[in-house]
Ligand binder design. Structure first.
Ligand SMILES: [Ca+2]
Ligand SMILES: [Ca+2]
Ligand SMILES: [Ca+2]
Length: 232
């Protein structure tokens, strides 16, 4: 073997681990749900993921719900062996009928709908671990801290990956607010529509006291503007 070839193979083997590491990042956590849905129970629990590249076999990934700050519970759920395309949205839901109904017209945003096991048991204070080949590649929350009263608590609500408050989980997540789905029949009618969902065509400012009140709007999109005189 020439020196040049030796150099080539040395670099090749040095780079091999990085190639495998790069493959591990093709699935990311996007949303953690603990909705209060009309059918109650665990029916509003789901985890939303996004593929960042093609995944030939999703079953090399898994999820663990690290309950109540007690540290890791290991991988408790393994994905179905399906293939996924770049940019596709995946929801793992405890009750597919309940989530289909609750997401209303938005449910079509999910490209893959998977049945969760009872291991998808988060109730707003639990950290979530994403596994690839048995190793944790991403964590939401803190596996050693019970989320009750923490900035990342999502009881009867959701957490969604987006640019947020830098003092909370590195500024990588936004939150619906604790209890924001209580009493709602759909995500749109809750106090915290799920961020993935496009606004319905009838959205606008629904407050008659706002400067830009739209009498035709039936869904408040948060755009209402008020005169300074009315600020209390
Ligand atoms: Ca668990
Ligand atoms: Ca819990
Ligand atoms: Ca509640």
């Amino acid at each position: 073997m020439t020196f040049k070839n030796k150099l080539f193979f040395t670099f090749f083997f040095l780079l091999t681990p990085f190639v495998f590491l790069a493959q591990s990042s093709n699935l990311v956590l996007t949303g953690i749900m603990d909705f209060t849905v009309p059918s109650g129970g665990s029916n509003g629990k789901a985890i939303h993921l996004t593929a960042t590249d093609t995944i030939a076999d999703l079953s090399i990934y898994g999820i663990g719900v690290a309950n109540n700050g007690g540290g890791t519970d290991g991988q408790e759920y393994t994905f179905d062996p399906i293939s996924v395309l770049p940019g596709e949205q995946i929801i793992v839901a405890r009750s597919i009928p309940s989530m289909t109904s609750y997401f209303d017209t938005c449910f079509v945003e999910f490209n893959h709908v998977l049945q969760a096991t009872s291991s998808i048991s988060q109730n707003g204070d639990d950290a979530i671990e994403l596994f690839f080949n048995g190793n944790v590649i991403e964590t939401f929350g803190d596996i050693n801290i019970d989320g009750t009263g923490q900035c990342w608590e999502y009881t009867d609500s959701w957490a969604y990956k987006d640019v947020g408050d830098t003092s909370c989980l590195g500024g990588n997540w936004i939150f619906g607010g604790v209890d924001c789905t209580d009493g709602s029949t759909t995500s749109y009618s809750s106090n915290c529509p799920y961020p993935l969902c496009p606004l319905p065509p009838s959205s606008g400012c629904t407050d008659p006291f706002a400067l830009n009140y739209d009498p035709l709007a039936t869904f408040n999109d948060g755009s209402c503007l008020y005169s300074c005189l009315f600020l209390k």
